[in-house]
Design a protein around this ligand. Structure first.
Ligand SMILES: C[S@@+](CC[C@H](N)C(=O)[O-])C[C@H]1O[C@@H](n2cnc3c(N)ncnc32)[C@H](O)[C@@H]1O
Length: 239
């Protein structure tokens, strides 16, 4: 299959992704706010609504980066116990202590091999992670493994642009303007060219939902936001 020249070969992807996030870690949060006009935090809050967390519940944020999802959850549920895991040390280091008075423990781990026992968490969330992994079904299977029976796996991700009337405008923004802002703010045009190219190659929401089902999750559904530029997928681990 022909691959975009911006994207790494499959076998190089984990190292490429790890190094890229290490480089952009110091400006990662700022770029998210700028690119989305602050909407990214709204999506993170919404995905937490789907987690159905019980009082004194437990949450794992996989590919947590600087921890925005887990921090939002801890601010909303003061009795929650949350952990962020990621394989990029620099992203987690940028997130440590960033919300005064809120403590979030981070664990360095690969998404395919989470260092937690089966059935540990009431909800396992990921934000903008799954696009970066090669075997998405295996990643969801591992998230399901550490989720308690009855718990939820919730995924926030970008969605390939449709051919709708807004498609060309969106493409212009995503392929030209985002890399330009990225080069100014983070000094890394390549990382913010990777974002649209990896999105365009990412499965559409219905296919991602099927991958979650293949990973053993049930009652899978999704909602689309920002003119279908992002989607939140939800699956339940029944057994
Ligand atoms: C786009 S950032 C998302 C950060 C955060 N979840 C958010 O909502 O902003 C993707 C993160 O996934 C991490 N990541 C990518 N592949 C991974 C893997 N195989 N195992 C663990 N972390 C991974 C990267 O290091 C990066 O911090």
């Amino acid at each position: 299959m022909n691959r975009s020249p911006v994207l790494p070969a499959v076998e190089e992807k984990p190292v490429y992704v790890n190094r890229m996030f290490a480089r952009i870690a110091p400006t990662y949060d700022l770029m998210n706010r700028l690119m989305t006009g602050g909407q990214d935090q709204r999506w993170r809050r919404e995905m937490l609504d789907y987690c159905n967390l019980p009082p004194r519940g437990t949450l794992l944020d996989v590919g947590a980066g600087t921890g925005d999802i887990a921090y939002t959850a801890l601010q909303r549920h003061p009795t929650l116990r949350a952990v962020g895991s990621d394989f990029t040390y620099e992203m987690m280091a940028a997130g440590v202590g960033k919300i005064p008075g809120v403590f979030l423990p981070f664990v360095q781990a690969d998404t395919y091999a989470l260092p937690f026992a089966d059935n540990s968490f009431d909800a396992v969330v990921s934000g903008f992670l799954v696009r970066n992994v090669v075997d998405r079904v295996a990643a969801f299977r591992e998230m399901a493994r550490v989720t308690k029976p009855g718990g939820r796996v919730v995924c926030l991700e970008t969605t390939p642009p449709s051919n709708s009337i807004l498609g060309p405008l969106f493409r212009l923004y995503f392929f030209q303007i985002v890399p330009l802002i990225g080069s100014i703010v983070s000094g890394d045009r390549q990382a913010y060219a990777y974002l649209p190219h990896s999105t365009i190659e990412f499965p559409p929401p219905a296919e991602l939902a099927r991958m979650m089902e293949q990973a053993g999750l049930q009652h899978v559904f999704y909602v689309e936001r920002m003119m279908k530029a992002v989607a939140i997928h939800v699956g339940v681990k029944l057994l």
